[in-house]
Design a protein around this ligand. Structure first.
Ligand SMILES: Cc1cc2nc3c(=O)[nH]c(=O)nc-3n(C[C@H](O)[C@H](O)[C@H](O)COP(=O)(O)OP(=O)(O)OC[C@H]3O[C@@H](n4cnc5c(N)ncnc54)[C@H](O)[C@@H]3O)c2cc1C
Length: 508
């Protein structure tokens, strides 16, 4: 049916155009851009900007990615191999194909061996750091990059602390050497074979330095049972340092942490038959679950809920007595050629009442991971800087992206590359590294481009394209909301793949 204009009912007609009518005044909620923290960054004990580094890798800007990573963590090669991967557990990609294998990208970055320069302005302050494990080295690195003159004291001949105890099939020593070299290039002085409390006292150091940081780690816990003093009964760390011939021997390990599992796998590689006794259940073991899995696969026998009672010397072997947990009458024994006691660590009593003294790493946090030690060293360096020079620019931490903040319609289901592992029959014959890293192509094509980039604007234009009121503009590569005409419909937020747009109440 057709009408003539004169037959139509009267309708209100605006004499102005839509630009001059402030339709935006109608809204009571409005969108705003807010870059958020991705869950991987929030879970990382070092706080590395993982998403920005991965975005650089995806653009093949490898050097830039490595430099950015090393701004916060000077040990990507180490952490890429041994960190328990807190980041990957939180990665939102796990809902669409599988978490990004961040450890492999980190390892790739580490293996590029990119050094970063120290361009800091000197503060004139002198710091002593005692202990050269990952915590002490990280603290020294960050202090040096803030302009402090740092001297690192280490009681051993080699720097690296417990990184040196991790067997080479998981962490080749040359990776540790290379990354320590990069740290020392920041301008750190070292004093090796110098033990505090023996070769010097804290009071003496106080005369020469403005402050001291103690990063001496934890000492091994001893089991209070009969027979631990016998020949061929070792502590976990002791055993891992030994260059002993235990071909065709039977070795028994007590414990369920990283040290116990490493001792067992080392013994296995040296040609022994290996038994591990742990007092709790498998799911309670502090060691990394995939390493327990691999140890079993390699032939280590693990018995759970078993507690050691005593060790006795028999003619040419040792007899280890145990009992089933919570059952006094369940005593049993195993005959063995050697016993490794790897039953955890404890803190040494410390008098840290001394003024201008700080702590970092395991001795402070007792977290027992390399990345926590590195993060703690970094945090203590910031604390020391704040102590001398007041507040560092305070940073309010942004919100963490949650799964529902993302629009998964914009991402395809894609799977991580398979991790290349040496065949079991080969790997138990030597101490060569078990896992291989990713190739350049795998980094760019498979992994880095799979990252959602949670919380970071990638400039995809969705907000700009979908806004029904054309109330979003682009200026110098940035999006600007025209609040005079935005009606607060929230479509931009809905269509943002990465959760960068949030809504807030409009102030009237
Ligand atoms: C066998 C083994 C396997 C491990 N595997 C893993 C793993 O896969 N992943 C993981 O994240 N973590 C692992 N860990 C734990 C990790 O190595 C530690 O949590 C981490 O090294 C702690 O760092 P730190 O710097 O606080 O202390 P440490 O690494 O213990 O370093 C302390 C340093 O201080 C020095 N020192 C001590 N006393 C003095 C003194 N009086 N004067 C001067 N110097 C002193 C020591 O010689 C040492 O170099 C493993 C540990 C072991 C033993």
């Amino acid at each position: 049916m057709k009408f003539r204009a004169s037959e139509l009912p009267l309708t209100p007609l605006s004499l102005k155009d839509t630009i001059s009518i402030r339709t935006g005044d109608w809204k009571y909620v409005e969108p705003f851009y807010e870059e958020k923290l991705s869950p991987c960054i929030s879970a990382c004990p070092v706080g590395t900007d993982v998403t920005s580094c991965i975005a650089l890798l995806a653009k093949e800007e490898f050097q830039e990615a490595a430099k950015l990573w090393k701004e916060s963590n000077p040990f990507p090669g180490v952490c890429g191999r041994v960190c328990p991967r807190f980041c990957e557990r939180e990665c939102l990609r796990q809902h669409l194909g599988g978490s990004i294998t961040i450890h492999l990208l980190e390892r790739f970055i580490g293996d590029l061996n990119v050094d970063i320069q120290n361009k800091s302005q000197k503060t004139g302050k002198k710091m002593a750091v005692i202990g050269s494990g990952p915590a002490g080295l990280s603290c020294a690195y960050h202090l040096s990059r803030k302009g402090y003159k740092v001297t690192l004291f280490e009681k051993e001949k080699l720097l690296g602390g417990l990184l040196r105890a991790i067997p080479s099939y998981r962490l080749p020593p040359q990776i540790v050497d290379k990354e320590i070299e990069g740290i020392l290039k920041q301008g750190i002085d070292i004093e090796i074979n110098k033990e505090s409390g023996k070769d010097f006292s804290l009071e003496e150091l106080k005369q020469q330095f403005d402050a001291i940081c103690i990063a001496t780690g934890l000492k091994e816990r001893k089991l209070n049972i009969r027979g631990t003093e016998l020949f061929n009964v070792w502590s976990g760390r002791e055993f891992l340092k030994l260059n002993n011939d235990i071909q065709n021997k039977k070795i028994t390990v007590i414990g369920g942490g990283d040290t116990a599992i490493d001792a067992a796998r080392v013994a296995l590689r040296k040609g022994s038959e290996v038994f591990v006794f742990y007092r709790r259940r498998r799911e309670d073991m502090p060691a990394n679950p995939y390493e327990v899995e691999e140890a079993i696969e390699e032939g280590v026998n693990i018995k759970y809920l078993s507690e050691p009672l005593r060790i006795e010397k028999c003619s040419s072997f040792l007899r280890l007595f145990l009992k089933k947990k919570a059952d006094e009458n369940s005593e049993f024994f195993i005959d063995t050629d050697g016993v490794v006691m790897a039953v955890g660590e404890e803190r040494e009593m410390l008098n840290n009442e001394i003024k201008d003294t700080f702590l970092c790493g395991d001795i402070l946090t007792q977290k027992g991971t390399v990345s926590h030690a590195i993060g703690s060293g970094k945090e203590t360096a910031s604390l020391i800087h704040k102590y001398f020079f007041g507040e560092e620019t305070s940073i309010t931490l942004p919100a963490v992206v949650e799964s529902e903040d993302l629009n998964l319609d914009y991402f395809k289901e894609e799977y991580p590359p398979e991790e290349k592992k040496r065949d079991m029959s080969q790997r138990i014959k030597d101490f060569d590294e078990i896992y291989q890293g990713l190739t350049r192509e795998e980094v760019i094509i498979k992994e880095a481009t799979r990252c959602f980039g949670c919380g970071k604007c990638s400039g995809c234009d969705n907000c700009y394209v979908f806004c029904p009121d054309a109330a979003i503009f682009k200026q110098d590569g940035k999006y600007i909301i025209d609040y005079d005409h935005c009606k607060g419909c929230g479509i931009c937020m809905e269509e943002c793949p990465r959760g960068v747009i949030s809504m807030r109440r409009t102030e009237k």
